[in-house]
Design a protein around this ligand. Structure first.
Ligand code: NAD
Length: 486
């Protein structure tokens, strides 16, 4: 596409109900084919981010005063459109982020379901009426909007994560300033375009695309933003947390993971291989909940490691839109360098690479990497302790259940965890003693429902849970009233 054509198609920011150009613009290219230009996306200036926050503040009383039915109707319409356009938006997502088409369509469906779920939740903003400890006094607890919510999202789920933050924010009467990841603005833009036609008052929803260090920084620092919900890396998250909490605003964060999957001798081997591979290298390993640490007991360890390697060797890596591809590309050259660096570290640490870890040539210029399985790993190894965010999985051996549980819990992160076993005793014990926010039995640790709480413990998360009805805690502020009816 030539420059002039691209310019005329520049996708703009949405501020105070208007589409506006920004300070500059960035080209968005497909990681499956760097010659495939998806579009040109405006990047907001600091001043524009401030303008979006001001617009959201001005819209608060208007949106906060809408009826639950009006909110429900708007969110429902967004959900219905997302579901109706699943194929088209799924294809865009696959092109932009690199997950294969079927997974990308699944993500769009999830985004639609989230909007439909929170449409109903808008009708259920309940309060509490409770007897006072004092005679004659009536006590009520109400749940009110928090105010302007700043939403900062990562690239790996470029439509589902925005959906699970924007939908509850609006359902509970807040107004929104949304900054998608700089790498994946197309999906965020499409969602904003749908919202721009949904009947929201001007300023209730604002899109400001651009750099984290510019737009994200304004959202974190502005006193006009009452609450910030962030999903992304631990290091970025830490910096934002200091700023937001430092100025006394509310913050919720979902960050990295290094999720363990314990496989006991009595596990169903075929299922354990499905879980170990399905939950780790699929989606190019670019999932925060990936089970990248497989901890196996001696009776099953060898068969599991061999089975995992065999399964992985058979996986087809290629263009995200090629129907034959089972794994798409790494998201960009920077993440490719990170992956290769960790592969080098793993080799240097003495782990034994059973397969993969090779940069692959395909017909198009993309970032293709064959998934890697390591055995002979130890929980003290750097590649086992740190989140790689690539298609790399490590197999560790533990002498028995207690040792496996101890290794699983020996991490600074605690997003999700899993166990493969036929033993009810061990499954129940693991659910109780695992130090992660989500626990899976005979399932991969990636792949969650949208109507129940999502989030981790330790360094993986901060603040209250997302999704399901748990979202109310973050997106509302309680007010307790006392009345003495004279
Ligand atoms: P990232 O931290 O680089 O970026 C996340 C967002 O923060 C982006 O929108 C970015 O532009 C913005 N940002 C960057 N610097 C900023 C700053 N100084 N101030 C304000 N905003 C700033 O993360 P990423 O590379 O986009 O995503 C990958 C990471 O996300 C991985 O670590 C992964 O584990 C994590 N993740 C976690 C979950 C979860 O729910 N736990 C889900 C998905 C991804």
């Amino acid at each position: 596409m030539n420059d002039v054509l691209l310019k005329t198609r520049e996708k703009l920011n949405f501020i105070a109900g208007e589409w506006v150009g920004g300070a500059d613009a960035a080209e968005n290219r497909s990681p499956s084919d760097t010659d495939d230009v998806i579009g040109l996306y405006t990047r907001a200036s600091r001043e524009q981010a401030e303008a979006a926050i001001a617009a959201a503040s001005a819209a608060l009383p208007v949106w906060g005063a809408t009826t639950p039915q009006a909110r429900a109707d708007i969110l429902e319409a967004v959900g219905v459109e997302l579901l109706a356009r699943r194929e088209e938006l799924g294809e865009l997502l696959a092109r932009e982020e690199g997950k294969v088409r079927a997974e990308a369509i699944g993500e769009v469906v999830r985004a639609g379901q989230l909007f439909k779920f929170y449409a109903q939740e808008a009708l259920r903003v309940e309060g509490i009426a409770i007897a006072s400890t004092r005679p004659g006094v009536r006590v009520e607890v109400r749940y009110e909007p928090v105010g302007v919510v700043g939403i900062i999202t990562p690239w790996n789920y470029p439509i589902a994560i925005p959906a699970w933050k924007i939908a509850p924010a609006l359902a509970y009467g807040n107004t929104v300033v949304f900054k998608p990841a700089d790498l994946t603005p197309a999906c965020g833009w499409e969602l904003a375009e749908i919202l721009s036609r949904a009947g929201l008052p001007a300023g209730a929803f604002n899109l400001v695309m651009g750099r984290g260090s510019v737009v994200g920084d304004v959202i974190a620092r502005s006193p006009g933003v009452a609450a910030v919900t962030f999903t992304g890396s631990e290091s970025t998250g830490r910096g934002i947390r200091e700023i937001v909490a430092g100025r006394g605003a509310k913050i919720q964060q979902e960050m990295g993971g290094k999720s363990p999957l314990v496989v006991l001798d009595d596990a169903d081997l075929a299922n354990a291989i499905d879980c170990a591979i399905g939950g780790s290298v699929m989606s190019t390993g670019q999932r925060c909940t990936s089970n990248t640490r497989i901890i196996a007991t001696p009776g099953i360890h060898d068969a599991l490691a061999e089975g995992m390697a065999e399964r992985t060797r058979g996986l087809r890596v290629g263009h995200a839109l090629d129907a034959a591809s089972q794994i798409g590309p790494v998201v960009d050259d920077k993440q490719m360098r990170v992956n290769l660096r960790y592969l080098g570290i793993a080799d240097g640490e003495g782990a034994s690479r059973l397969c993969g870890g090779e940069v692959l040539e395909r017909e198009t210029k993309g970032f293709f990497l064959s998934p890697a399985v390591y055995a002979g790993c130890d929980n003290s190894m750097t590649h086992v302790r740190e989140e790689i965010f690539g298609p790399v999985v490590s197999v560790l051996k533990a002498p028995g259940y207690d040792a496996a549980l101890a290794i699983a819990n020996d991490s600074l992160l605690g997003l999700s965890s899993g166990i493969c076993t036929r033993s009810l005793k061990y499954a129940e014990d693991f659910k109780t003693r695992s130090t992660s926010g989500m626990v899976f039995v005979n399932l991969p640790t990636a792949g969650v429902d949208y109507h129940v709480p999502f989030g981790g413990k330790k360094g993986s998360s901060y603040g209250s849970r997302e999704q399901g009805r748990a979202a109310r805690e973050f997106f509302t502020a309680s007010k307790t009233t006392y009345t003495n009816p004279l």
